[in-house]
Ligand binder design. Sequence first.
Ligand code: MRU
Length: 365
Amino acid sequence: MNVKGNPTRTIWPGPDGTSVEIIDQTVLPHRYEIAVLRTLDDAAHAIRAMLVRGAPLIGATAAWGVWLAMQNDASDAALTRAYDTLFATRPTAVNLRWALDRARTRLSPLPESERATAARALAIEVCDEDVGINHAIGQAGLALIRDIAAQKPAGQPVNILTHCNAGWLATVDWGTATSPIYQAHDAGIAVHVWVDETRPRNQGFNLTAWELLNHGVPHTVIVDNAGGHLMQHGQVDLCIVGTDRTTATGDVCNKIGTYLKALAAHDNGVPFYVALPSPTIDWTVRDGVAEIPIEERSGDEVTHIAGLGPDGTVTTIQIPPTGSPAANPAFDVTPARLVTGLITERGVCPASAAGLKNLFPDQSI
Ligand code: MRU
């Protein structure tokens, strides 16, 4: 995607040949800053503190983190340490485990002298694959949007509601939920996006709105509680969200609040689609509610909110009274029965074991 007229990705090898560079997402949308990762610990910190976030980008950063580790020490012990350190950063997005397993499988059989070079090649491969997968998701989702547009009165945009940020910032490029939106917009189909704020960290306000604004996609920011009302009044044609982990049976784990949007969509007959790259499918899990680990984050994210003050500086303020305890589950699980379809790089399928198996016959479940 373009930032200030320059095509860019969210992560790339640094010009010095030994570092990795990322967009620091903790300061968007008010500041655009590049952060440099030089060590395994830098990569782990970037994931844990959410300088990078979003399931596919977490996986890609982990792949680069293994490269950073291998440059210093490519022993078996160092490979294990890199795996364990990165794996411990965030529990929910399965792309992290996917990328680390892939790195371990690729590097373990190699002599130490070849591991750093192989790790770099793997990180590039993971990133390039992610871009290709997300572009293909966009093509599959574009067909859905085109069908809905054909049924709308001339001049009326297709109204799409999205939650959190499953945009290009959450991936290496294109995004998952946003890829069909960008491709529809670029193809001249009129789209308008309802952007959920996504409390507590406001990824919708901070990141999705910033992306859509930069790309010229018409959108409106709304509070998290507005979606049901808009659906009741015919103002949402479809929902598209991303996912951090989808089970082999089609249960979808995504940012907290997604489940409530799916319930409202179901009650109002609004199609509810989930866009996902295949590395986000956890083929080992069948019951999302019972089995997917849900990240519990600091209550400070609930009690405090950051924004731009009147003097143009970013300020954090406390909202509830001092002393009120806060709970902060970061994700929830939407059961497959509430999901109209899964938009994958291999096409759209029902959210079910049979639907996924049909698209991915090579996977054993
Ligand atoms: O906590 P985050 O910001 O990492 O959560 C991100 C999401 O929930 C996204 O919707 C999900 O990772 C899909 S990203 C393509």
